[in-house]
Design a protein around this ligand. Structure first.
Ligand code: MG
Length: 161
């Protein structure tokens, strides 16, 4: 087998009047993430990790935020397009390790549902996915409750030709 590792990260600003969607799951909260799309930082980081591992560039090249096509887009479609491109090159997802950083709200109650949703989007077993939820210890934009950030590491494998 040959292997490739990829990593992705993202951060978006929190603002009133927006829905909060993380990992494809709607979260109960009084603020949400500002973005051209639905602002799902976790799915954006996952998209970048998948593209990065396969050497396919980054989310901004594939889904420009200047393109009206992606206004308020469901970020699930970014992940599905990216994993499709990865599979076209015969890569399979071995596992992912995801970190969410939010001072508020508490995300631990949502971890299982986020894991199930990502497993569904990628077409892999949920036991290949780990979700970590951390605060930023009141430091920086996340710590001041101004933003939520995410990072994802992914491992891909394929049979050698
Ligand atoms: Mg983003």
């Amino acid at each position: 087998m040959e292997y490739r590792v990829g990593q992705g990260e993202d951060i978006h600003r929190l603002s009133p009047g927006r829905r909060l969607i993380l990992g494809g799951v709607q979260i109960e909260h009084d603020t949400g993430l500002v973005a051209h799309s639905d602002g799902d930082v976790l799915l954006h980081a996952l998209t970048d990790a998948l593209l990065g591992a396969a050497g396919l560039g980054d989310i901004g090249e594939w889904f420009p935020d200047t393109d009206e096509q992606w206004a308020d887009a469901d970020s699930a479609q970014f992940v599905q397009t990216a994993v499709g491109a990865v599979r076209n090159q015969r890569w399979e997802v071995v596992n992912l390790d995801c970190t969410l950083r939010a001072e508020v709200p508490k995300l631990t109650p949502y971890k299982a549902e986020i894991k199930r949703r990502i497993a569904e989007l990628l077409g892999i077993d949920a036991d290949r996915i780990n979700i970590k939820a951390k605060t930023s210890e009141k430091v920086g934009p996340v710590g001041r409750r101004e933003a939520i950030a995410a990072s994802v590491a992914v491992l891909l494998a394929r049979e050698e030709c």
